[in-house]
Design a protein around this ligand. Structure first.
Ligand code: ADP
Ligand code: 5GP
Length: 217
């Protein structure tokens, strides 16, 4: 008689949110290197691309008219205005990751996180904190991807974002990068073992009991 298959975990979306410059993009990239079951959610945005960013890899760079067309067509799972630009998650990303049983990594702001939590079941959310305000400001400067006005605007918005940290399932301080990545990976491992994320757990338990009872005869 063949043994009943053990239950497998159902892939879930993972939200990584943080004030700009706290390191969530860097953590997401490192996490992707460690795990093959993680896939990035490529967002749509009206923000102009940075010199190293590519259309379709880092973002889908759209005009405001194109973006609003997607909202109208119901193609976005969530969207928000962040730092003066529109950002949104294509519904297709959520659907495809679930179908392919991949953990969808969503690098989105707190407004988007609230919308996704309300509409997509089983979402796990992590908030990344910088070790200090000075370090956050320093990281934004050293990244060098924004001009002074944009950098100031992002720092002003950081306080509003940080105030939302208690809404999240987990909070990780990104002081030492490797340690932060290990923490997020540990969260993924623990969540993968959560009963609610298991497919066919109840059926497995029933089969297991039948198997045990057969040993009593
Ligand atoms: P975010 O995506 O949250 O805006 P990034 O991942 O772009 O932030 O990181 C901002 C800058 O900080 C980058 O230059 C990155 O290399 C750097 N950085 C990220 N994590 C750390 C860390 N733990 N220590 C020092 N610098 C870091
Ligand atoms: P950046 O311009 O630095 O790439 O991102 C700015 C902010 O927009 C970050 O907080 C990032 O998490 C957020 N963001 C990126 N994509 C999305 C998205 O699809 N939806 C929402 N709501 N926020 C996003």
């Amino acid at each position: 008689m063949t043994e009943p298959g053990v239950p497998e975990f159902r892939a879930f979306p993972l939200i990584l949110a943080a004030p700009s410059g706290a390191g969530k993009t860097t953590i997401a990239r490192k996490l992707r290197e460690r795990r093959t079951d993680v896939v990035f959610s490529v967002s749509a945005t009206t923000r102009p691309p940075r010199h190293f960013e590519r259309h379709g890899r880092d973002y889908w760079f759209l005009s405001e008219a194109e973006f609003r067309e997607r909202i109208g067509a119901g193609e976005l799972a969530e969207w928000a205005e962040v730092h003066g630009h529109l950002y949104g998650t294509p519904m297709e990303n959520v659907r495809r990751a679930a179908e392919q049983r991949q953990i969808l990594l969503l690098d989105i702001d707190v407004q988007g996180a609230r919308q996704i939590r309300a509409t997509v079941p089983g979402v796990v959310s992590v908030f990344i904190l910088p070790p200090s305000g000075r370090e956050l400001a320093g990281r934004l400067t050293s990244r060098g991807s924004e001009g002074e006005d944009v950098r100031r605007r992002r720092l002003i918005n950081a306080c509003r974002e940080i105030a939302a940290a208690p809404e999240f399932d987990y909070v990780v301080v990104n002081d030492d990068l490797e340690r932060a990545v290990v923490h997020v990976d540990a969260i993924l491992r623990a969540e993968s073992a959560r009963g609610a994320h298991m497919v066919g757990l109840a059926e497995y338990a029933t089969r297991l009991c039948r198997d045990i009872e057969s040993c009593l005869i």
